[in-house]
Design a protein. Structure first.
Lengths: 164, 465
């Protein structure tokens, strides 16, 4: 990991607290991307019939794989495509929603990563937080998620350039 | 051409910096015609885009944890002529030089100008620093005084800020946004850049290392929940200094300060500290400091000058230590500890400003002419009970600038009081003054300009010629 003596970005001058936060920044944006992709695949995969007809509980397995099935059931929401999708995107009680992952990534980046990275994450955070629900469905869930993933890749590229 | 700009004079006792009577002053003619050609609709649109940019780029302060706010900015800039600025620059350099010399004498037990009872009762006087000399006798590395303009280039010092003056990063950031969104307003003006500040400050901090060799400088922040965290992180990044939190620092049994990094530890020479309570955050830090193992900016004891009780004596400090008359006067200030002054204050409270010695940010003060009879009585009572806690200043009719309102295509400009927060970097052998700063605009009808009291901010242009 080459870093000059006075390079504050990494190596000999990165304070331990910043290194710790950068680690979590990485974890959270990976989780955000993974969850977003899972939602995308399951949502559109459920539109066509599967082998042997439509499975009886397509969302239950997806939510179980994220460790969120019990929490979702507790919300009392019906298990419909739209309710599950909105729960995974920004469900208020969902501590690993896309919004919460991005929020956590943003908080960890703040001051620990170069400001350029924070600003990009902040834009993404504002997009996911502020886009009206109706607007997401008007665009199409896939279009919205694709935009999020493109932005995550931009951030990943910035991180790679600094610490590859 | 200027049909779309309307100016109404509402504060007649004060000079307005943009207009003389109803006529634009020469300094502002070009800007006003540019604004007229942009028009109110387009200005309003850019105003909103500027707010949007501040939100997107996180140019915020924390109101309380979890509540980020952008500062309200009026994008019609304030302009200061080269001639006026030259005087300010010389005046601030003279003043910070004298204040540094006085602090050095104070902690060597040699100062005689400020009464002992004031110094010793100051919240920021640290007896632990007595007998201790700081590198190059610089206590105030970053000086952030607030000035007001009385007209005709006569600027007056209203307050000294010598502990942890904040906000320089906003001056840098608002200039950037100003250039991006209001580009054509710069036409016809040779505006001096403010962006050198981080580099100058970095050099000044490196120059006061207590050790030989390449100095290692860090910026110490309380963390992301501090209201000024934006300022901390942006300055650290632009100075190329690690932004460290208290948990990253450790003081060993030889009183050496170490930074724990991701893979090793490094000895720290200079800490640009944005915290006040050293030992509370980093146990042993004050001992490391007074033993000369690490330097702090600003010095631990520098806050005595922030205490408004010291303020009435600062003109004498300047005269004594520089042998010259002060280039920049201070607002006439009275100490109620003096019986004659006390009587004067009690009799004339309606035309004075009374401030508590340790108040800041526009809090715990009385502006006589703007106050109700009840408020005046309340302060009179407090003054009589605890005269040592207050000072009083003449209420100045300092300059106004304009608050901009956009109505359709029209631009309406209204009188509003302004001050300026400046940033001065002391270094061995001199000082450097950021050519610009933060002009703070009061809400309509008051002289309190602090953003924590609802004021706005203007980009401040210092002209090269």
């Amino acid at each position: 990991m080459p870093a000059s003596d006075n390079d504050p970005s990494m190596g000999q001058s990165t304070p331990r607290s910043a290194a710790y936060r950068i680690f979590w920044l990485g974890r959270y944006i990976e989780r955000a991307e993974g969850n977003a992709r899972l939602l995308d695949v399951r949502y559109y995969g459920g539109i066509e019939a599967g082998p042997g007809g439509t499975p009886s509980a397509p969302w239950e397995s997806a939510l179980r794989s994220l460790g969120l099935w019990e929490a979702f059931v507790r919300t009392g929401l019906p298990v419909t495509d739209r309710h599950v999708a909105e729960y995974l995107l920004r469900g208020e009680t969902n501590s690993s929603s896309l919004l919460r992952c991005i929020e956590q990534a943003r908080e960890n980046a703040n001051g620990a990563a170069p400001d350029e990275i924070f600003v990009e994450l902040n834009r993404l955070y504002l997009l996911v937080k502020s886009t009206a629900t109706e607007e997401i469905w008007r665009q199409g869930l896939h279009e919205f998620i694709s935009g999020v993933i493109r932005s995550i890749h931009t951030i990943g590229g910035m991180i790679d350039r600094l610490w590859a | 051409m200027q049909g779309r700009i309307e100016y109404s004079r509402t504060i007649s006792a004060s000079p307005n910096e943009m207009f003389e009577g109803e006529a634009p002053r020469p300094l502002y003619r070009t800007l006003l015609s540019t604004l007229a050609s942009i028009g109110g609709d387009a200005m309003l649109d850019r105003d909103r885009r500027a707010d949007e940019l501040n939100i997107q780029e996180g140019v915020t302060f924390l109101l309380k944890p979890g509540e980020e706010r952008i500062l309200p900015v009026d994008w019609v800039p304030r302009i200061i002529s080269a001639k006026d600025w030259d005087r300010i620059e010389r005046g601030l350099t003279q003043r910070v030089t004298a204040l540094n010399a006085w602090l050095a004498d104070l902690y060597r037990g040699r100062q005689t100008i400020v009464p002992d009872e004031i110094v010793k009762s100051s919240l920021y006087y640290y007896p632990d620093c007595a007998g201790f000399s700081v590198p190059h006798d610089i206590h105030i590395h970053i000086y952030g005084p607030d000035l007001v303009h009385m007209g005709e280039g006569r600027y007056v010092i209203l307050e000294d800020n010598t502990r942890i003056p904040s906000g320089a990063s906003y001056a840098l950031k608002y200039r950037e946004i100003s250039k991006r969104l209001f580009t054509e307003c710069f036409t016809g003006y040779a505006v001096r850049p403010v962006g050198d500040y981080p580099q100058r400050l970095r050099e000044a901090l490196q120059a006061v290392s207590p050790r030989e060799g390449e100095p290692f400088v860090v910026l110490l922040t309380e963390g992301s929940y501090n209201a000024a965290y934006y300022d901390h992180k942006i300055l650290a990044e632009r100075m190329g200094l690690p932004l460290v939190e208290p948990v990253d620092l450790e003081v060993d049994s030889d009183h050496v300060v170490w930074l724990s990094t991701s893979n090793t530890r490094r000895r720290v020479d200079v800490i640009y500290r944005r915290i006040q309570d050293l030992d509370y955050f980093v146990p042993g830090l004050s001992q490391a400091y007074v033993r000369g193992q690490v330097n702090l900016a600003n010095s631990w004891g520098s806050g005595v000058v922030d205490d408004k009780g010291t303020f009435p004596y600062t003109e004498r400090i300047v005269k004594y230590y520089t042998g010259e008359d002060p280039i920049l006067p201070i607002a006439t200030t009275y100490s109620p500890l003096d019986p004659e002054s006390r009587r004067y204050i009690l009799d004339n409270i309606a035309k004075l400003v009374v401030k508590s010695r340790d108040g800041y940010g526009g809090h715990d003060l009385l502006i006589g002419p703007e106050a109700t009879a009840e408020m005046r009585d309340q302060f009179r009572k407090r003054l009589e009970e605890e005269p040592g806690r207050f000072i009083a200043q003449e209420c100045l009719d300092f300059s106004t600038h304009c608050l901009s309102k956009y109505e359709g295509d029209r631009i309406r400009l209204k009188d509003t009081f302004v001050d300026i927060r400046t940033y001065v970097v002391s270094r061995p052998g001199g000082a450097w003054v950021m050519p610009g700063g933060i002009t703070r605009v009061a809400q309509e009808g008051t002289r309190i300009v602090n953003s924590s009291s609802g004021g706005m901010i203007k980009d401040t242009w210092v002209l090269a010629e």
